[in-house]
Design a protein around this ligand. Sequence first.
Ligand code: NCW
Length: 466
Amino acid sequence: MTSTDIREDALAGLTFPPGFVFGAATAAYQIEGAVTEDGRGPSIWDTYSHTPGRTYQGHTGDVAVDHYHRYRDDVALMAGLGLSAYRFSVAWPRVVPEGGGRVEQRGLDFYRRLVDELLAVGVAPWLTLYHWDLPQALQDRGGWADRDTAERFAEYASVVVDALGDRVTHWSTLNEPMCSALLGHVSGAHAPGLQDPVAGARATHHLLLGHGLAAARLREAGVSSLGITLNFTPMSPASQDPADVDAARRLDGQQNRMFLEPVVHGAYPADVVADLEAAGAPLPVRDGDLETIAAPLDWLGVNYYFEQTVRAGARPAGKPPTSFIGGGDVVELDPEGPTTTMGWGISPEAFTDLLLWIGGQAPGLPLVVTENGSAWDDEVDAEGAVHDPERVDFLVRHLAAVATAMERGADVRGYFAWSLLDNYEWARGYAQRFGLVHVDYETQRRTVKDSGLAYAELLRRHRDGA
Ligand code: NCW
């Protein structure tokens, strides 16, 4: 059996309704490079990645995959794969280099050129305003822990929608605010690298407030396809011991429900509020904030990678602090079974359950899978091919999981693979490859992997109604 036959077999049962959106996703700092070009200001990720000891082997996004200069070729790649949509983020420090005030026209011009290139080949742009690259100037004034950053974010949203609202239909405010808030301010694994639970709780609320304020600006500008992207990690207790069950509840509360519930219901979960107050890290909510945060949306972006089993107990020595406010009394167990090179387990079944659970939490709100994917050690072989059977398998099984969720009633409208290209995987540097397309970081040469070919074949069949 050849790899083409395997693909044929695996794809045969995968069908999605007409109009289902198939795309791929990236983020500005992970792909663009050109960090000092055309007036771009520094972001917290420039600072963090240039701080010794913070990232894998000191890797930075200075060059990344040079998308800033190669965007035309990259759009041609997308067209070649047959993507119907491309999800990318705008770098706030390219557009408003000091975070507020002066607008850099050359930054906006880049995104206008990118969008025009996409539209010319029939790939719909899905624009995310914030994928973690806060202007450093704002961090110097307190960053997301400071309420003012939410107001600056809304201003920046206005600038971008004024420039691109005539050609971009699909808008998202934030990507994974959980990661910005908790990895950035509690575990310290991401920029700005703080380990300060009080700042973590404040950042959580101000990110969500920024989402709500920006949503209002986007609506004023006439946006009619508006969402936010949240990441979800389904949590299970290691046993039915009440302490383990409570550990899972608390982690689920802070990593999942704390972000979903205010956005869709206009209230933080009461148990999370109580946990944070007990930990001396209250959410700085003011009158009217929750109404702002619960602005009506057209879709909810769902990022899913893995599920997590947790138990109560002291974190083992040497394990980095978890993304969790309120004590070192929750242990995240290592996954059972095969893992990706990120160390993440593989659970498509949990993806089906998750989509159904979210559908139940947010009835009537369409879901879009804005990220799903896996990292593996990929190499270009002597024939110039990249055989990545694990990623093909992951992709097919997770697409099947989406299809199953839809058969059972989840209203899922699209799927974006993470990622279009191998890229800068934040603190893990270039060591983690998530792309459907391989990038040789020495030459910047792009090679479509077997997974990219499989995805292209699926999309071809979908277009042809096969
Ligand atoms: S790290 C992460 N990612 C990867 C990144 O490349 C992308 O920019 C993100 O949107 C791939 O997709 C997202 N997500 C974090 C997943 C959850 C981590 C939970 C850690 C808890 C301690």
